[in-house]
Design a protein around this ligand. Structure first.
Ligand code: FES
Ligand SMILES: [Fe+2]
Length: 372
């Protein structure tokens, strides 16, 4: 056999229609991104965060309102999150230059108010369902692009846990990982042998959706899985022959996963599992992200049962997410070693998704700067 035949040139079947390397497409700044949990930011306190390499200081003023400014004093560039919150203003730790919530410099203690220098950039900031979001792009667009409710996280008939972890990969790997349920094999220790079957896909300009049913081919469900899908739904079918319906959807830039019991979705029925996720890029090259999310499980009718089994749910989902984190970080390292996206993506739903992500994001040049 010739070298050519034994080592064929890989087919690059997953390149988005645009021809872009998806890992060089930045998260588009004209959307809202979560940067902190509301309860991480107490009144009168400041917090330093990042969005795609931009340092951002969040502070909660005396009124309780959250403000977001560039985390860099206009004077000598030190982080403003070291400073002191005074009313609804933030005073730099070094010489006390003071900024209001719009980033205007409103006081330089040793100069007087008549010779005030330029201030710093401000970002629209909003608290939604326990998360602090900022809008890093054109502020004119912010109001019309506010996210809706974050899954079922605020509903009393669901029990909800937070998902919160820093992952060393481009945010697009996160979208693809969740979207592609053909990777259940990797979770075999947690889930046993589950087979996902794609039963439909749809997409639009800035969204993509895929639906699956599942069946168990062998083995038994783990405790955590049994809790989420067997116990809560009081499944009549033996665990061997179940059939559930999962819908995963990217609504740029966030993602959701919902599971209904039974083969067909009854729109009047609540999902038994409702997950909302958003991946906020951290560094300038967007090689890392913070995943913020809520995982909500519909409470079973027996009072207190959900609380009794909750530690198993947390343990089970932590294991699953840890496996996912490990593999997407491997993907990122492979991309970095190869210097390009060599993925051979053959699953049509993922190709739809990759096109949505390429279309919705903003190309970066290597090194992390926006090309536009
Ligand atoms: S560096 Fe901020 S006031 Fe001087
Ligand atoms: Fe997974």
């Amino acid at each position: 056999m010739s070298d050519q035949a034994s080592n064929p040139t890989p087919l690059r079947t997953g390149i988005p229609a645009s021809g872009l390397d998806l890992r060089c497409v930045g998260a588009h700044p004209d959307y809202w991104y979560p940067v902190a949990w509301s309860d991480e930011l107490k009144r009168g306190r400041a917090l330093g965060r990042r969005f795609a390499g931009q340092p951002v200081v969040l502070y909660r003023g005396g009124s309780g309102q959250v403000f977001a400014l560039e985390d860099r004093c206009a004077h000598r560039q030190v982080p403003l999150h070291l400073g002191v919150v005074c009313g609804d203003e933030l005073k730099c730790h070094y010489h006390g230059w003071t900024y209001d919530g719009d980033g205007q410099c409103v006081d330089v203690p040793y100069l007087g108010k008549e010779r005030l220098p330029n201030g710093v950039r401000s970002y629209p900031a909003r608290e939604i369902d326990g998360l602090i979001f900022i809008f890093p792009g054109d502020p004119v667009l912010a109001e019309n692009r506010l996210p809706g409710p974050l899954g079922s996280s605020q509903r009393k008939d669901y029990k909800t846990r937070r998902l919160n972890r820093e992952v060393a990969c481009h945010y697009t790997f996160m979208h693809e990982n969740l979207f592609d349920m053909n990777h259940q094999f990797m979770h075999r220790k947690q889930m046993g042998s589950i087979r996902a079957r794609c039963i439909g896909r749809q997409h639009g300009e800035h969204w993509a959706q895929v639906e699956y049913t599942f069946s168990r081919t062998e083995g038994k469900p783990s405790v955590g899985e049994r809790v989420i899908v067997d116990l809560i739904r009081k499944r009549k079918q033996p665990a061997k022959h179940f059939s559930d319906h999962m819908r995963i959807r990217t609504d740029y830039p966030s993602q959701s996963l919902r599971v209904w019991v039974g083969r067909d979705i009854d729109a009047s029925q609540d999902p038994v599992l409702d997950v909302w996720l958003c991946y906020t890029p951290l560094d300038g090259e967007q090689r890392s992200n913070r995943t913020f999310g809520y995982l909500s499980v519909k409470k079973p009718p027996i009072p207190g049962l959900i609380h009794a089994v909750w530690p198993f749910v947390v343990w089970f989902t932590d294991n699953i997410f840890r496996e996912d984190q490990d593999i997407v970080e491997y993907e990122q390292r492979a991309h970095d070693a190869q210097g390009a996206d060599w993925n051979n993506e053959i699953f049509p739903a993922i190709r739809d998704l990759r096109d949505v992500l390429a279309r919705s994001g903003r190309p970066m040049s290597r090194g992390g700067a926006d090309r536009t």
